[in-house]
Design a protein around this ligand. Structure first.
Ligand SMILES: Nc1ncnc2c1ncn2[C@@H]1O[C@H](COP(=O)(O)OP(=O)(O)OP(=O)(O)O)[C@@H](O)[C@H]1O
Ligand SMILES: [Mg+2]
Length: 428
């Protein structure tokens, strides 16, 4: 529901004033906690910046990362010329008409594809409102605004049943055991969360032998097993208790990595936990064991992206061909699975060269990662990510590049220099 209530008589071209919450925040009571989104605001007046700062302190915003700057749209344009954009940008402006559209055009050129924009403006005019909505602006609030206005808008974008699901799921599977699929998935989760300052949940579904806890140096008492074995009870509150914080923007749903019980699951066993995670964070990375079961197939079928990691030998080639064909058949309306070639160039090991490997697959790999035992071994033994062990290493750069492509930011950066249409750039 919008906080902008239209007058019954639209011919009057006016928008009703934003409702004022009563003392004690009666209107806030109905607002659900806001998920782990990043929000940055660029204000022109002290009063709007104060309202946003106060909103950021509210308990319902405890999971969101909010930063409030001054300087309005021009400051935002400067800032994002060299920085990734957050999930939501709030800009205050007194500009109207073509001046406003021009400034927004500049902003759209530095915005990443999935970033939403909310404007706090001065015009109480339905024509302006409709124009901005049609150009991809998520909401236009008329100043002055209240905390309830701000939270209602964020709820409308990220929490209400009509809002699009926040999180994208990327599932990683190896074409053969030991290919490095898990290691790569952990490093990609790390790279997305640290490069883009956006929240990521890494779900390690290899119950018996999962390594995310070791690689991220965590030893949580609970994790994904509790979520899956009490699947019907999983909600955002339980999930929060099961997540262990690895970095400011990275949380792990760790596998128990113990052999106390058998881990047999129904086809839909992981659906609820992944669904709840997806509603709470912008990215969910799922590390799958190298198994072909009804539940791994179900996760692969429903993920937004699938990444297959292969090594350059004949068994891998056969398995990769089978996996890619099957995944394309299972996901006819989704992006094709992505391929990473890993552990290329093991000394003295005969291998299929990269071009011969990919020729029958009709796919270009996202990356070709060399065999680097010292680097991977040191990182693994120290409970570190590759970029923590050696940030300048080409493998760290490969992981950043893969993260950029999987989040859609790379493709966007190529497009954006040609475009000045804010409709094309906001709200995708
Ligand atoms: N490019 C590489 N160079 C050297 N060692 C690597 C490389 N990639 C991964 N490794 C190492 O290979 C081993 C297996 O990696 P990992 O556990 O990630 O594989 P996996 O595909 O998830 O295996 P599983 O089938 O058990 O799930 C780890 O010790 C890891 O550090
Ligand atoms: Mg693994």
């Amino acid at each position: 529901m919008s906080n902008l209530a239209f007058d019954q008589n639209e011919n009057m071209n006016t928008v009703a004033q934003n409702p004022i919450p009563t003392e004690g925040g009666e209107q806030l009571d109905d607002i659900r906690p806001i998920p782990r989104v990043t929000i940055q605001a660029f204000c022109e007046t002290e009063s709007i910046s104060r309202t946003l700062e106060m909103t950021a302190q509210d308990r319902r915003m405890a999971k969101a990362h909010v930063k409030v700057h001054m300087g309005g749209i021009p400051a935002a344009v400067d800032f994002y010329a060299n920085a990734p954009t957050p999930n939501l940008i709030v800009v205050e402006t007194k500009k109207t008409g073509s001046d406003l559209i021009n400034e927004l055009g500049h902003l759209s050129q530095v915005c990443d594809a999935e970033t939403k924009v909310v404007i706090v403006g001065v015009l109480n005019d339905i024509v302006t409102y409709r124009d901005l909505m049609s150009r991809g602006i998520s909401e236009y609030l008329v100043a002055p605004i209240t905390m309830a206005d701000v939270m209602t808008v964020i709820t409308k974008i990220y929490v209400s049943p009509e809002s699009a699901i926040l999180g994208r799921t990327v599932a990683f599977i190896g074409a053969k055991g030991g290919n490095g699929s898990s290691t790569i998935s952990h490093n990609i989760a790390w790279s997305i969360s640290s490069t883009y300052q956006t929240d990521v949940v890494l779900a390690d579904t290899d119950m018996a032998f999962g390594t995310a806890n070791i690689n991220l140096d965590q030893d949580p008492a609970q994790g994904i097993a509790e979520a899956v074995f009490s699947s019907d009870r999983v909600d955002d509150i339980l999930l929060d208790r099961l997540l262990s914080k690895c970095a400011e923007h990275l949380r792990l749903l760790a596998a128990p990595s113990t052999l106390d019980r058998a881990y047999d699951f129904e086809k839909k066993a992981f659906r609820q936990v992944i669904d709840v995670a997806q509603r709470g964070v912008p990215y969910v990375i799922v590390d799958l064991p190298q198994q072909w079961t009804s539940w791994t197939m179900d996760i692969l079928a429903s993920a937004d992206e699938v990444v297959v990691t292969a090594c350059p030998d004949l068994t891998n080639l056969r398995n990769t061909k089978n996996l890619l064909d099957k995944l394309i058949q299972m996901r006819p309306n989704d992006a094709k699975p992505k391929l990473i070639l890993n552990q290329v160039g093991v000394p003295k090991r005969p291998e299929i060269n990269v071009s011969d490997f990919i020729a029958p697959l009709d796919i270009q790999p996202l990356a070709v990662i060399p065999f680097e035992p010292a680097l991977f071994g040191t990182a693994a033994n120290n409970g570190q990510m590759i970029s923590e062990a050696d940030q300048k290493h080409a493998v760290s750069e490969s992981f950043d590049k893969i993260a950029q492509i999987l989040t859609g930011k790379a493709e966007f950066k190529q497009e954006k220099s040609n475009s000045f249409d804010i409709r094309a750039l906001f709200k995708r």
